[in-house]
Design a protein around this ligand. Structure first.
Ligand code: FEO
Length: 165
């Protein structure tokens, strides 16, 4: 049986994952409005992936005979800066998610709940990848120095080449 504290914090994480999905969709909308379809498509794939993260936590609650309580999802920002600024925001956001998952992990350990700890291993590994992906794109954007041709190259050949997971 899941403790009340863990149930609450996992429900909060579901909200954070769905917010991440919404945030990346808002970034996709920005790129679609600014003639960068490759960046938009990368963000849409990321938004879909975040939705599956939220659902993984949701399903876990029912696996351990607990339950989900869905709260309102906050509105993401409407205005965004340059692609480089956006990916800096993505990296910062993913670092916050990593810290948040570590918080759940610490609680599961403190409560001696090995099943929840084990479930979180997947997310801990996933966050390594999420931060690396954001960092790699940010590094490439820095290389362009804001040059439009460089950004268009990344749009078409790097971000636009991402396959849906
Ligand atoms: Fe669900 Fe991007 O972490």
């Amino acid at each position: 049986m899941l403790s009340e504290k863990l149930r609450k914090i996992i429900n909060e994480q579901i909200n954070k994952e769905f917010y991440s999905s919404y945030l990346y969709l808002a970034m996709a909308a920005h790129f679609d409005a600014n003639a960068l379809p490759g960046f938009a498509s990368w963000m849409k794939a990321q938004a879909a992936e975040e939705w599956t993260h939220g659902m993984k936590f949701y399903e876990y609650l029912y696996e351990v005979s607990s339950y989900a309580e869905l709260a309102a999802i906050a509105a993401p920002p409407v205005k965004y800066g340059t692609p480089e600024e956006i990916f800096k925001t993505v990296l910062d956001h993913e670092r916050e998610v990593t810290a948040s998952i570590k918080g759940i992990y610490d609680l599961a350990k403190a409560e001696n709940d090995p099943k929840t700890e084990l479930m979180l291993h997947w997310f801990i590994n996933e966050q390594v990848e999420e931060e690396k992906n954001a960092q790699d794109i940010l590094d490439k954007l820095k290389m362009t120095g804001g040059n439009a041709f460089g950004i268009m190259f990344l749009d078409q050949h790097v971000l636009g080449a991402r396959k849906a997971d």
